[in-house]
Design a protein around this ligand. Structure first.
Ligand SMILES: Cc1cc2nc3c(=O)[nH]c(=O)nc-3n(C[C@H](O)[C@H](O)[C@H](O)COP(=O)(O)OP(=O)(O)OC[C@H]3O[C@@H](n4cnc5c(N)ncnc54)[C@H](O)[C@@H]3O)c2cc1C
Length: 318
């Protein structure tokens, strides 16, 4: 639902410099693609975020919470309603428990995942190195169950704190979370007593004591591998498709189907890593979606395997 005049007036009055209207989402996604959001808001603190969410619920105003936009493709028609980024109001990382063998680190949703990895290394805590080099925020990482062949968020997450649409914050333990491949869902939705997707405020991670020097060296080695195998010079959203549950990876299938380097408009299947679709210059979301559909069609015809996007495609289809 687009924002009406009254809504815009209240938002401007309440959030002043923290809100931008008709904001190009290309500025807030790693793909550097996307039409405008009716309003883009970065609440300055948690209290403001809660007030905003309560206001949105009262008005039935839709909103999309994002992190760093590293896994987002925003359609060319943009996003109606509010886009909310938590990078200002929730960016603290701290150690909340320090035991003999283990420690619990609490990271707020808007903190960078890489800041959490560095915090763990500096504190001599093992468990986060699987995420070295994954861009984005802790909240986005939890929602996506971000990971690599070395592990994923679900392996180390102990609990999350979420904000419900009525403004209530609740903690949910790991036992009530379902971590799937690049996705988190809640096992018992009735626990939440509310409709709508909850906003992740914080994650608590169970890590274990190790040697900071060893962890630093391991992290550097993992970063070097990433640099060698992944395209780093072009805007993109990381791996575009989920790997099929068994057999060859999405990248292998795309490469075997002869699709490396295929282009539509400014969108290109990377020649370095076939599961990356890159914005090689002035690509539109329509270019990327057309290329995605072409890849899906050819892989399906060649191998009878349906590739599903890992990237979240948002905004209305026109
Ligand atoms: C170069 C590159 C390399 C990458 N490599 C990897 C990799 O190795 N492994 C991997 O798993 N991913 C990888 N990614 C993808 C991406 O970095 C991850 O999915 C990341 O965790 C997304 O975080 P984000 O903060 O950018 O989330 P966004 O892209 O902003 O959002 C992702 C989803 O999470 C939701 N969301 C975000 N924050 C919240 C919140 N606080 N509450 C509720 N919902 C929220 C959004 O609505 C959206 O649906 C890569 C991306 C790039 C560009």
């Amino acid at each position: 639902m687009p924002l009406d005049r009254d809504a815009k007036k209240w938002l401007k009055h309440r959030f002043g410099q923290h809100i931008k209207f008709d904001e190009p989402m290309s500025k807030h996604t790693y793909f550097r693609i996307g039409g405008t959001a009716d309003a883009y808001l970065v609440p300055p603190d948690r209290k403001d975020l809660i007030e905003l969410i309560q206001w949105a619920k009262q008005r039935q105003q839709p909103y999309l919470v994002i992190g760093d936009g590293t896994n987002l493709l925003v359609r060319d028609a943009g996003i109606r309603g509010l886009v909310i980024a938590l990078t200002k109001c929730l960016n603290h990382i701290t150690c909340t428990e320090w035991r003999k063998k283990k420690a619990v680190v609490s990271a707020m949703a808007g903190a960078k995942l890489q800041a959490l990895c560095k915090f763990a290394i500096k504190s001599g805590l093992a468990g986060m190195n699987f995420a070295i080099g994954i861009p984005g925020t802790v909240g986005g990482g939890i929602m996506m169950n971000a990971g690599t062949a070395k592990g994923s968020i679900g392996d180390v997450l102990d609990s999350i704190e979420v904000l419900l649409p009525d403004g209530q914050a609740v903690r949910i333990g790991k036992e009530k979370l379902d971590f799937e491949y690049r996705n988190l869902s809640l096992k018992k939705r009735e626990d939440l007593e509310a409709e709508g997707k909850p906003i992740i405020l914080e994650g608590r991670f169970q890590l274990w004591h190790s040697d900071a020097g060893y962890l630093k060296k391991e992290a550097q080695e993992l970063l070097n591998i990433r640099k060698k195998t992944q395209p780093t010079n072009y805007p993109c959203a990381g791996c575009f498709f989920k790997n099929p549950p068994a057999g060859k990876t999405a990248g292998e299938l795309i490469e075997l189907a002869g699709l490396k380097g295929k282009r539509i408009g400014g969108a290109e299947v990377s020649t370095k890593h076939a599961n990356y679709i890159i914005n090689s210059g002035n690509a539109t979301a329509s270019d990327v979606i057309a290329l995605m559909e072409m890849v899906q069609k050819i892989v399906s015809q060649t191998f009878n395997i349906e590739l599903k996007p890992e990237v979240k495609i948002v905004g209305p289809q026109v």
